[in-house]
Each structure stands twice: as structure tokens, then as C-alpha cells.
Design a binder for this molecule. Structure first.
Ligand code: UD1
Ligand code: CA
Length: 475
């Protein structure tokens, strides 16, 4: 991602606090790894920071389940600082003292505020520099300020700040304060490090609050100011599952709006779950209760009917996915029709104009142009040539208990209903396989193969049986 110019490398680092346990979530997963919009909270914050500074200037403070958190975002190339015990946000920044010492300024972000946008970070930093402040905090006046720290000014309307009071420390006269601390800060590093050790734990939780730096710096004669958040919704945190799902809905609705603005029809967008990176070409219709996940790309003039879940798939143009299909890590070419109730497991390449009907499962299957598998089939580790017809109930027996084996079926072939193909096995071009066959040997091109028990006729058997039944039992 391109970094927008901030200044020289040593001018600015971004510190993301991500060590907390997230007690209010009541979850075993660390808070910053909970996902919204299909991505962990922390990954959203890193993406915003990454547009401002290079990854080498981003430091995530990790602690609770540090290894899991590192592993989840290691590919971004950022740095990690360990906060082994979580003694509060002030203590978190203390843990990063060494890492930040070489930078003139730092931005401190929370790993649990995932809607933050990079232009807000640059606006905050520009304001901080213009104000020559030691600390610039970001504030807003939300309709519901309960739970947030409140910002104290020396006089109404002043940009200067004398302190931040935590919700549980509010004096009765302060309960009406509406301006809240949104948890996003710019610090000049030298005064921060000079006074960071003055924090104390004299509060109900016995923690070191980073917010107390407002008072500490102000009392030391340093300039502390507030920056009004341009869009306060961006700074919304995710302390509970309910809050997180509200953010998830907001993010996904924004994705749906982006797609609709680009010519996609989404019926009842609020019922669809669409990940941020999904792309859809114009004139495609997405019905209610569809999920489009991961790196999924859909072509134009297609229709995805309700209850289908499509993850990491590429679909062409004029594709019809009928109701309740599950498609993963596969591609579907132009004009294909799939479902209802079809399951494309990873590694499938579905060719143009292929028809896959109800209750068909495919896995690592390559179906060339015009193949039809209309009903009740399992096609795994299989390659099927153009225009071949797969009858109802056909099964490729790809697993022998030890290995996966391949089935090759040529073009223009006809596999009769309820046939089992015991792989490895090959059916040549244009061959016919009689219904109910169990194939264990190659079927040569152009031949008819029937591999089933012979049908017998026992004349008069039914009549004889009926008359036996009518004979009264012996007394
Ligand atoms: C914090 C602010 C509050 C502000 C609110 C905005 C403090 C004391 N309070 O409260 O004024 O209104 O954000 O959302 O800062 N973390 C660590 N190590 C710790 C503790 C926390 O890394 O020891 C991390 C958490 O993982 C989280 C972030 O710091 O990502 C914020 O912590 P959290 O407990 O959510 O603070 P809030 O109660 O939201
Ligand atoms: Ca929080």
C-alpha cells in the first residue's frame, strides 16, 4: 500500500494498543482478533495506519494471547512489542518506550476501533503539529457518552485540555459532560517519555490510564489540546459482541452501497454478508441472504439466488447460482448454472455453460464446457471433457482408504445413472456407461461398457409365492 507523505521516517510512528483481554466480550478469542467485515479488528487498524507510515514504523502492543495475535497479522510486516501483564493503556505505552524513543511523534491507536480511516489520522497529525502540542487527543460529542472518558477544558470552547476523567471517576457535577475522549492520540515523544513514569494507579481498576497523561502533561506546563473528530462514527470501539456486530453491519452496508453504486443490484442489502474485498461486475443481481466472502469476484449479468455462500471464488458472466449453494475456492466460467443445493468444494474449475444440478458435490473437479451433472452426484479428483453427461447418482470413488485417485472422463461421454467409477479409472471420448455400472477398468473411447449383475427372470415365481401365503397355517 502506498504511504501518503507524512515526513521523514523518524518523524512519526504508529502505536496500536492490542494487548487487552477484552473481558467484556466473554470470549476465549482475544478482542482484536474478533472479525468484522471478514477481517480481524486489528487488521483494519493496521490497514489504516499503513497508508500513513511504512509497516516498519507501526508497532502493535500485544500481550493477551500474544502469539495468536502476532500470527494473525504477521504478514503485514509490522513490529510487535510485548506487554506481558496488562496493567492499563498507560502501561501499554510504557512497554513501547524503547521502540518509540527514536521517533519525534507517535500516534496511539486502539486495536479495537477498526473503522478508523487514514485521512483522519493525517488530519489529526497535521492539527497536532500546527498546534505545537505535546498531546493532541481526539474528541467527539456522541448522543450517548456513557462509558467514555470525558474531556475537561480550562474554559468552555477552549481547544486546550486540562484532563480526561474516566466514566467511573466522574464527580456528580461532571455527569453532564458530553465531550468524550475517542481513544486516538498524537504525542510528541520527548515530553511523553519524560513524564510517562508519573502515571499512577489511583483509580477503581488499579490500572495505569494513558488518559491521565492529559493531566500529567498539562500540569508539567506542556500543551495539551483536543482535535474534534471529523466523523465520530469512525472512532466507535468494539467492547461487546453487540457493538462489534453494529460495526460489522455498518461496514458491510458500506460495501453493499459501493457495489450498488457500481451497477450491482442487491435485494435487501441488510440481509447479505459481503466482505470488503469482494468485487462484482454491473448488472449482476444478488438476492436476499447471500454471503459473498473473502476474495470472491463475480462477473456481470449473473444472478446469485438466496442462501448461497460463496467464498474465495471467481465467477464469470451470465452465471446462475440457484438457491442454497456452497462454493469455496473455485472458479465458474460464463454461462454456467449451478444448484439449487450444490456444493463446490475447493479446487473446482467449472467450465462455460456447465450445468450442475441439485445435490451435486464436486471437489478438485475440472468440468469442461457444456458438461451436465443434473442430479445427486459426487465428482471428486475428476476431469470431465466437453459435453459429457453425468447421470443421476454417479459417484467417483476417489479415496481407497489411503490415497486420493483421479478419474478421467473424455468428451461427449455418457455416464449412466447410479454408476460408481472406482479411481484411478479412465472413460474414453464418446463412450457410454450403462446405468448402475461399477467401473474398475478403463472404458475405451466410443465403446459401451456395462458392469453390473445380469437381470434374471424366474417365470411364475410371484404367483407361486402368493398361493403359498394363502395356504392356512397348520393348527
Ligand atoms: C479507553 C479510554 C477512554 C476512551 C475509550 C475510547 C483509557 C483508560 N480509557 O477506554 O477514555 O473514552 O478508550 O474508546 O485509556 N490495552 C492494552 N493493554 C492494557 C489495556 C488495554 O493494550 O493493559 C488495549 C486494549 O486491547 C484496547 C485498547 O488498549 O485495544 C483500549 O483499551 P480498553 O480497555 O478498550 O479501553 P476503554 O475502556 O475502551
Ligand atoms: Ca475500547
Amino acid at each position: 500500500m502506498a504511504s501518503t507523505e507524512v515526513a521523514s521516517d523518524s518523524n512519526l510512528a504508529v502505536v496500536i494498543m492490542a494487548a487487552g483481554k477484552g473481558t467484556r466480550l466473554k470470549s476465549r478469542r482475544p478482542k482484536v482478533l474478533h472479525e468484522i467485515g471478514g477481517k480481524p479488528l486489528l487488521a483494519h487498524v493496521i490497514a489504516a495506519a499503513g497508508q500513513l507510515v511504512p509497516p516498519s514504523s507501526i508497532y502493535a502492543i500485544v500481550g493477551h494471547q500474544a502469539e495468536a495475535v502476532r500470527a494473525a497479522v504477521a504478514s503485514t510486516g509490522i513490529n510487535f512489542v510485548e506487554q506481558t501483564v496488562q496493567r492499563g493503556t498507560g502501561h501499554a505505552v510504557q512497554s513501547a518506550s524503547q521502540a518509540i524513543a527514536g521517533y519525534q511523534n507517535i500516534l496511539v491507536l486502539s486495536g479495537d476501533a477498526p473503522l478508523i480511516q487514514s485521512h483522519t489520522l493525517s488530519a489529526l497529525f497535521a492539527f497536532h503539529q500546527a498546534q505545537h502540542a505535546a498531546l493532541t487527543l481526539t474528541s467527539a460529542e456522541p448522543a450517548q457518552p456513557t462509558g467514555y472518558g470525558r474531556v475537561l477544558h480550562p474554559a468552555p470552547g477552549s481547544v486546550e485540555v486540562v484532563g480526561i476523567v474516566a466514566q467511573n471517576m466522574l464527580a456528580p457535577g461532571q455527569l453532564s459532560l458530553r465531550e468524550v475522549n475517542m481513544g486516538l492520540y498524537a504525542f510528541r515523544t520527548a515530553p511523553l517519555l519524560a513524564h510517562l513514569d508519573s502515571l499512577n494507579a489511583a483509580n477503581p481498576l488499579g490500572e495505569l490510564y494513558l488518559t491521565d497523561m492529559a493531566h500529567v502533561l498539562n500540569a508539567a506546563g506542556e500543551r495539551v489540546v483536543s482535535f474534534i473528530a471529523p466523523d465520530p462514527d469512525e472512532l466507535l470501539g468494539a467492547n461487546t459482541i453487540a457493538e462489534m456486530m453494529a460495526l460489522d453491519a455498518a461496514l458491510r452496508l458500506a460495501t453493499a452501497r459501493r457495489l450498488m453504486a457500481a451497477g450491482v443490484t442487491i435485494l435487501r442489502p441488510e440481509t447479505c454478508v459481503i466482505d470488503a474485498e469482494v468485487e462484482v461486475a454491473p448488472d449482476t443481481v444478488i438476492e436476499p441472504f447471500v454471503q459473498l466472502l473473502g476474495s470472491t469476484r463475480l462477473g456481470s449479468a449473473s444472478r446469485i439466488r438466496s442462501y448461497s455462500v460463496i467464498e474465495n471464488c471467481t465467477l464469470g458472466n451470465d452465471v446462475l447460482i440457484r438457491q442454497s449453494c456452497v462454493l469455496s475456492d473455485s472458479s465458474v466460467a460464463d454461462g454456467a448454472r449451478i444448484g439449487p443445493f450444490a456444493h463446490l468444494r475447493p479446487g473446482c474449475e467449472i467450465g462455460p455453460d456447465v450445468h450442475i444440478g441439485n445435490f451435486v458435490e464436486t471437489k478438485k473437479a475440472k468440468l469442461r464446457r457444456g458438461v451436465k451433472a443434473g442430479h445427486l452426484a459426487y465428482l471428486g479428483d475428476a476431469e470431465i471433457g466437453e459435453n459429457t453427461n453425468i447421470g443421476a447418482g454417479v459417484i467417483t470413488c476417489n479415496y481407497d482408504g489411503l490415497h486420493k485417485n483421479k478419474t478421467h472422463i473424455g468428451r461427449d461421454a455418457f455416464i449412466g445413472s447410479d454408476s460408481t467409477l472406482v479411481a484411478p479409472v479412465t472413460v474414453g471420448d464418446g463412450a457410454y456407461v450403462g446405468a448402475g455400472s461399477c467401473l474398475t477398468k478403463e472404458v475405451p473411447a466410443g465403446s459401451l461398457s456395462v458392469a453390473r449383475a445380469h437381470q434374471i427372470h424366474n417365470a411364475g415365481w410371484a404367483e407361486a409365492r402368493r398361493s403359498r401365503r394363502q395356504t392356512p397355517p397348520n393348527p
